[in-house]
Design a binder for this molecule. Structure first.
Ligand SMILES: [Zn+2]
Length: 210
């Protein structure tokens, strides 16, 4: 099963060259400032892609999914939308969640510590692919100012659950891959720090029993 990983396209999806694969995953920030029209445009774009399975979560820019959930998520007709929820494809459990530690009063912000931990406690222990908008602490989470913006509580959850793959974005300048002992970490941000949509999608080959 070939997974194609993208994130943080911020309405620049039309610039992308997306490789073929079995599952296309978008880890949030599909819009600029969370407008419904950007969701419609992104969904239309998804409709042109051949991937048999598509999974999308929201990010901190995607306000409409937090403020108008009854209007926003039904617009995504060409993909599965996950929000603290799961889907199983070819026997693999994918779990998606948009929350991140408080970040300049954007969407899906929660306080570090107990408040955000409640969300990570919902992740099923048999999750194979975890999709969150924000990174875990210490993994591809370094900002241009040199701070680690990732979530400590999320790292604890990953250490416990050991998903084979963790896909996220949010910190554009953290784009890249780290092979951990139990988990491969992918920051799939397409946009750079300056919002140039120039980072290529990342491919991941899922093999059973690996
Ligand atoms: Zn972003």
């Amino acid at each position: 099963m070939k997974l194609i990983l993208i994130s943080d396209t911020h309405a620049y999806h039309q610039h992308l060259q997306i490789p073929d694969g079995d599952v296309l995953i978008h880890a949030g920030d599909l819009t600029r400032i969370g407008e419904l029209k950007d969701v419609v445009a992104f969904n239309d774009f998804l409709g042109t892609l051949p991937h048999p399975h598509k999974i999308v979560i929201a990010g901190n820019h995607d306000f409409c999914f937090e403020r108008k959930p009854d209007e926003a998520s039904p617009l995504l007709t060409n993909t599965i939308y996950l929000q603290d929820s799961e889907v199983t494809i070819n026997g693999v459990k994918f779990y998606g969640s948009p929350w991140q530690p408080w970040f300049y009063d954007w969407a899906f912000n929660l306080r570090r510590g107990a408040e955000i931990r409640e969300k990570w406690d919902l992740i099923p222990s048999d999750t194979g692919v975890l999709i969150t908008h924000g990174p875990p602490f210490g993994y591809l989470d370094k900002t241009s100012r040199g701070d680690h913006a990732g979530c400590e509580e999320l790292l604890k959850a990953i250490t416990r659950i050991r998903p084979k793959l963790h896909v996220f974005g949010h910190i554009h300048e953290g784009y890249g891959v780290i092979e951990g002992q139990h988990t491969t970490f992918v920051n799939a941000s397409i946009c750079t720090l300056d919002y140039d949509p120039t980072n290529p999608p990342i491919e991941y080959n899922w093999s059973q029993g690996q």
